[in-house]
Design a protein around this ligand. Structure first.
Ligand code: 2E5
Ligand code: F3S
Length: 375
């Protein structure tokens, strides 16, 4: 099985050694945002009030690359630059890019002929690529390279005439893109229960692939139930659930063991963020909530809570976590201890369409450095 059977093992984005799980007090040396101060009250609890701050959290390499791709496209070509779907599933990121001149559309036929269009980090099917080309659009593909890897696996297994059991959530853009590589060969498996009922044409030629942002534990349960029915089920050549998803789940599991309340910063349509809430509840948190912004935290969530766990999804800018930490400090949770379960320092080079147009410009990302080449 390619997916780590010990689901609590941290996955490293690079070859650097594992950082031992560590809890160290860190200072909040950041300027205070003047709005909505002291919204949360410092009420007494039994015990010492503190925050356990999960690490890794927040931006992954694919999100960092996709957001910068839109910004660079705006710099290079001027506004507007069109983006198909949300570049990443985060309300704040999308609204900030809109302010800079990005226009988010649902489909390529909403984009004027000849304009630049960025494909989101979640990837697109070949049908979308072809529709953009037919319309004469200048496409910049910001699909995360780790999503592209799953697309390539789908193409290869379809060519070898396998039935692909794609574990993922119906309607999610990444699933639509991956399934669109081989629609005739793909069967979606949406949950462990569905594994008990799906039908296959030839049980000797089946492989499972997955969305990159699922719960590792739930996915392993789905695979276990598939394999009970189809013993010759093949594994993907390497983990489809990406390093960032796995690392954030490992970190929040550790935090949840000691936190009564866990707050996950992330948007409602962000699969990996929603999974962090579920994982926190499964690993011991009495309560866990997802918020887009700190202002959504309710006073009653903190009633009687000494230890608050905090993390954020892979599409969440750190400034939103900082805002939450400031609000929690107002409520008496000024002691912030970081719980670090892995180091991450992976960066992906920008989409090739941008690298070409950036050539000759002094852009550190375009010029390489320690950035991984991914195409
Ligand atoms: C591309 C995987 O977690 P989600 O898939 O819903 O997306 P996201 O935008 O919140 O996180 C980044 C991402 C992008 C994850 N594929
Ligand atoms: Fe890519 Fe994983 Fe991030 S698939 S966009 S590295 S959450």
């Amino acid at each position: 099985m390619t997916l780590s059977a010990e689901s609590s093992r941290p996955i490293h984005a690079t070859t650097s050694a594992a950082a031992p799980a560590a809890a160290a007090s860190i200072g909040l040396g950041m300027p205070r945002i003047p709005s909505a101060r002291n919204r949360l009250k410092d009420t007494p609890v039994i015990g010492h009030k503190r925050v356990l701050l999960a690490a890794p959290r927040g931006y992954c390499a694919g999100v960092d690359r996709a957001v910068i791709a839109v910004e660079k496209a705006l710099d290079l070509y001027g506004a507007p630059v069109y983006v198909r779907k949300q570049i990443v599933h985060n309300t704040h990121v999308v609204s900030e890019l809109e302010k800079k001149g990005a226009i988010f559309v649902d489909e390529v036929d909403e984009v004027p002929t000849g304009a630049h269009i960025v494909f989101s980090a979640h990837g697109v099917s070949p049908a979308v690529v072809n529709a953009a080309a037919a319309r004469g659009l200048q496409a910049i593909d910001a699909t995360c390279p780790l999503v592209t890897k799953v697309h390539r696996e789908a193409v290869r297994f379809a060519r070898d005439d396998f039935q692909i059991l794609l574990i993922g959530h119906e309607g999610h853009e990444e699933v639509e893109g991956t399934a669109g590589e081989a629609p005739e060969h793909t069967t979606l498996v949406g949950s462990p229960d569905e594994a008990d009922t799906i039908e296959v044409a030839d049980p000797t030629k089946v492989v499972w692939l997955s969305q990159t942002t699922l719960s590792v534990d739930e996915t392993m349960e789905t695979v276990r139930r598939l394999r009970a029915r189809f013993p010759l089920l093949q594994d993907p050549p390497s983990d489809d659930i990406c390093y960032a998803t796995q690392n954030r789940q490992v970190a929040i599991k550790k935090v949840a063991e000691d936190a009564e309340l866990v707050i996950v910063v992330g948007s409602a349509n962000s699969s990996n963020s929603v999974r962090l809430v579920e994982v926190a509840l499964e690993y011991g948190a009495s309560a866990a909530y997802r918020v887009d912004y700190a202002s959504e935290v309710k006073q009653e969530w903190l009633d009687g809570v000494a230890t608050v766990g905090v993390t954020s999804g892979a599409s969440v800018p750190e400034e939103l976590v900082e805002e939450l930490l400031r609000d929690l400090a107002d409520a008496g949770y000024g002691d912030v201890q970081q719980v670090k379960t892995a180091e991450e320092d992976l960066l992906f080079s920008l989409p090739k369409e941008l690298r070409k147009d950036l050539a000759g410009k002094t852009d550190a990302r375009a010029l390489g450095g320690r950035i991984a080449s991914n195409d």
